[in-house]
Write a protein that binds this ligand. Sequence first.
Ligand SMILES: [Zn+2]
Length: 606
Amino acid sequence: MVQSGRVKALYIPEDKIHEIKNRVNIVDVIGEFVQLKPSGKNYKGLCPFHSEKTPSFIVSPARGIFHCFGCGVGGNVFNFLMKLKGIGFPEAVKLLADRVGISVHTETGMSEKRRHEADALYKILQETAVLYQKNLLSSTGAYARKYLKERSVTAQMVQDFHIGYASDSWDSVLVAMQGHGFTSEQIEEAGLVVRNKRGTGFYDRFRNRIMFPIQDSIGRFIGFGGRILNTERQDVPKYINTNENRLFHKGAHLYGFFQAENSIRKEGCVFITEGYIDVIRMHEQGFTNTLAPLGTALTDQQISLILRFTSTVYLVFDPDLAGMNAVLKSSSLLHSRGIDPIIIHLPSGFDPGDFFDTYSAADFKLLLEDRISGLDYIVNSFIDSKKRYTANEKIVILQTLSEYYTRMADEILKEDFSHKVAAALKTDADLIKRKFSQFTRKKVIDTQPSTHQRISTIDTELHLLLLIINNPELFQIAGTRLDESYFNGKWTKKLWNAINGMCDVKGWNAASVFTVIQNDTFKDYLSGRLLEESLNYNPKEQLIDYVAKLKEIKLKKHLADINQRLKTAELENDEKCITGLIAEKNTFRNELDKLRSLRLNKDRLQ
Ligand SMILES: [Zn+2]
């Protein structure tokens, strides 16, 4: 849920973040949400990010990090709060700063400017939500109120979801917000007005629409969705959203999340529907753990937000073609996170918004018993189990389904899926599995010829970095022998630079590293590796070995490069160039031999 725009607008200086991190005790913070018991040097508890019966969630006070060996998440104390509360980095820093009494408001220059800019946007959106609601409840909103009543949206829901009405005017928001002291440019950036074609002025983006404010996970207004009231007009879209801006990222937020969060936690499951009215009607009927993506299918970021609270996901989408495609896409995304969703079939012709016009909450609960799994949904979408397929047809089907199979992040999902496909096609499950892995392997070979080589290089880089993070005093040895150019992986290079930039700070540790890394997958991976009980037998010697290995890899790359240049020079008969290159080659050769014999001797001594 971290919005890239906001991370860039980070206004808290590094040293302050470092200070805050060192002042808070990670065990205390996490201990407020998870019951932790001491276990050796670490603490253990039940993971708050997935449901489990035996604890696999580890907190290391010495390193200032946590990791779950069940679901794989990990990071430092900021990352924990970000994941748990679904907030961004600055908010997490602010929360902990308040806790230890450090002020983060006293920054100067550009960063303060950006902060003010963001604050202004929040204020504009908040004021506009108030204005829209005032409209709805006034005489101009009579028709809008009638529409909402027809759709059985109660006064309580209007309040809970801050539903409003944008009047049929070209400038009422513009004028009202200017009256609050905001500039036209600020109102434009908030996505509420549009510049006219001649570029001479602005007009309101939302006119004569029911307005559904979109809130972020901590309740701030970040945008709007507007539904047209005059449905006879074919020239305007039924729904329009605020355009993407520094606060509003369609793929990162979920409609209704703020209202649903507590209920999701309590119920241990979530209903995902398609639209605003769907969410509201579900809440009204007591299914307050309902939310909706702001497009048709879920995005990876939205799934991350949901998985912080539950892994039991019900998809309640429209039974039309668009809805069916959204179910397939969302299921596959959830499978890639190791989760099989539950699909609820609504009677044909109904969406969750109008289901309750005819049926009751009790009827909806009956539908829950009629559910099918995401795996079954995929199989049923591609295979008609009553039909007899030819061999060729089967191969085509398996090729399509292998795309879904490949994305599944869990062996059990893969196993179940293979069995279901086998049953539907009336063939052997082992054959299906072989076929799937054949298709998958083929794709890997087709697309990534040199993966293996890269992995072993990056693995060495990682081992070296892990060793340094576990033994910060060893950085001295590596720092004088290596530089950035020895690292080939995108993240290992970043990590090396991060450590390099931190080594002067007194008392840096693993937790400091996690403040610099922005990639969640890498963070999870790294925290796991750091908390594995590794055999750090003689770390200094291991480090020297890794340094030598990285040097060797770089020398080999140089040699390959020289060989390439030699070939060209020979073709061009460039004697002078050839002599130079051969000399260069010999130097590198000698160095490489020296490195190799060093390592060989060491091996013989052991
Ligand atoms: Zn977990």
